[in-house]
Design a protein around this ligand. Structure first.
Ligand SMILES: [Zn+2]
Length: 333
């Protein structure tokens, strides 16, 4: 797929988009389960929404089929949307999205691994369910398990989507049968055959003084052989090269991204440092996408355990980092 990178002028204020993987409760440690469709946590989603409201952010809840088809999840989200406080996109978890014809296994959990007709049909049913529940067709797509593949772009064009936020930069899922995003940067891009779609990768990259080595170096130092002789651990201790993603779930690394200058005890220096790190990672990219998962987003409220309090702090620092705006409008200006 041809990607035409979008370079915004360096004086552009950073643009931050917040995306919530809005999905059923499940345990990633267990195999995918067609019957795991609980959405009870959505009764508390206003806790996360209030934080977005405080920061003037209109988050994009990308919802999957269990969310789009159950009242406990639809009711709160629809009220945010109707009040102009949130957007709704589509998130395809194929194992819980009809038609239920494929075998449930790890490979088929990436929508892009399904036959084209089935990938398309599952997205069509999800899109229609979202339109019926929320009163408008979604324009943004996030593939479940970041599984964007050879047919996905054309399917999105056919079904009227405008934005794809599937790439998880710079992760390579190929060992598990998924896509490889190690050659991507966090830059937005245009793609599409018959019309222009906006590609907006989830922000991620490498930091550290050997970051220029990128994925090849990262793979080398984290390989089992290098770990065995202690090179992996040494690189981590020396902060030589670390992979980071802009997500509160990425707890061990997001403090490094957002609080790199904290030892100076100066909030502004702190923020400058994180800006410059991000700028280096994206080579002047002005657009960042922060992603979180609905199940943990409800834990971002005031009443928190210490670990979660830390998570909220990092999350809020990320929100304060850039001017937050609705990405399609911001990029089209
Ligand atoms: Zn998901």
């Amino acid at each position: 797929m041809r990607r035409e990178l979008i370079q915004l002028p360096p004086e552009t204020r950073p643009i931050l988009t917040a995306v919530i993987h809005t999905e059923e409760e499940f345990d990633w440690g267990k195999p995918h389960d067609r019957h795991a469709t609980g959405v009870e946590h959505m009764r508390h989603i206003s806790r996360a929404q209030e934080i977005f409201d405080e920061h003037g952010i209109v988050p994009n809840y990308v919802v999957d089929y269990p969310i789009a088809s159950q009242d406990a999840a639809i009711r709160p989200l629809k009220s945010f949307v109707d009040q102009g406080r949130a957007l709704i996109g589509a998130h395809l978890h194929p194992w819980v999205s009809p038609p239920y014809v494929e075998e449930v296994n790890a490979r088929n959990s990436y929508p892009c691994n399904l036959p084209r007709a089935l990938e398309s049909e599952k997205l069509r049913e999800l899109t229609e369910q979202i339109a019926a529940s929320f009163g408008a067709r979604p324009l943004t797509y996030l593939a479940g398990r970041y599984g964007f593949g050879a047919n996905t772009g054309a399917i999105l064009e056919e079904q009227g989507y405008q934005v794809d936020i599937s790439p998880a930069v710079p992760i390579d899922f190929s060992a598990d049968g998924g896509p490889d995003y190690s050659a991507y940067t966090s830059h937005p891009y245009w793609f599409g055959e018959s019309r222009r779609l906006l590609g907006l990768p989830g922000t991620g990259g490498y930091v550290g003084w050997l970051r220029a080595g990128g994925t090849p170096l990262y793979k080398a130092v984290t390989s089992p052989a290098m770990r065995r002789i202690g090179v992996g651990g040494m690189c981590a201790r020396l902060r030589a090269v670390e992979r980071i993603r802009l997500s509160p779930e990425d707890l061990p690394t997001i403090p490094d991204l957002l609080h790199a200058g904290a030892q100076r005890g100066d909030h502004d220096a702190d923020r400058d440092q994180s800006c410059s790190r991000k700028a280096r990672d994206g080579r002047g990219n002005r657009v960042a996408v922060i992603a979180l998962v609905s199940g943990s987003a409800v834990a971002l409220d005031q009443d928190l355990q210490p670990r979660q309090a830390k998570r909220r702090r990092h999350f809020v620092s990320a929100l304060e980092y850039g001017e937050c705006s609705e990405h399609r409008i911001a990029l089209k200006q």
